[in-house]
Design a protein around this ligand. Sequence first.
Ligand code: GRF
Length: 210
Amino acid sequence: MVRTAVLVSGGGSNLQAILAARLFGEIQNCELVSVISSSQNAYALDRARAAGIEVSVVDVTAFPTKRTFNTALLQKLHDLDVELIVLAGFMQILQRPIVKEYENRIINVHPSLLPAFTEPECFGLKVHERVIESGVKVSGATVHFVTEEIDRGPIILQKAVDVLQDDTPKILQRRVMEQAEWEILPRAMDLFCRGKLQVEGNRVLIKDDV
Ligand code: GRF
């Protein structure tokens, strides 16, 4: 079983999708050892507790710098003997020591079809605002491995979602989560934990997926 930590900061709807998929046996060979939050108040913590998952808080506001926060987070990951890190709405940037040590073992979900819509400070609702402004007819979500270059790591899975004429950023955000994020994040975890992913340069090959 792959010892997995899910990192969260907010509402935790992606975490909920992971918990549901796990319940239905759709994520195999995965041991959820902890949900780690960067905020004391994240609703995701309640979701994890309700599912009987151990929770930990590494509160970003308790540290003088991002570097000391990252050091504490890495220590926590070591303490838990984590092998796979899943970023599910985690709002902090992981720095080099974590990214290097966990190369090709950190999975993130981004609410656009990468490499589109990744300007600096473009996260959360902002992504969907930019998508609507740009006039594209299709958006979606991407699950990728995390590298030091933000939003540029090897892509594991993507799923497209229509952008409709009357969409507001909130409506589009909801559709992207429901139809794409909540499906491809658990699926990518399952593929990783069953040893089906092979990284070659910036490409991820999926081995005989049965
Ligand atoms: C999602 O849109 C995800 O793509 C982004 O942050 C949002 C998190 O939502 N990284 P939640 O906390 O999982 O509900």
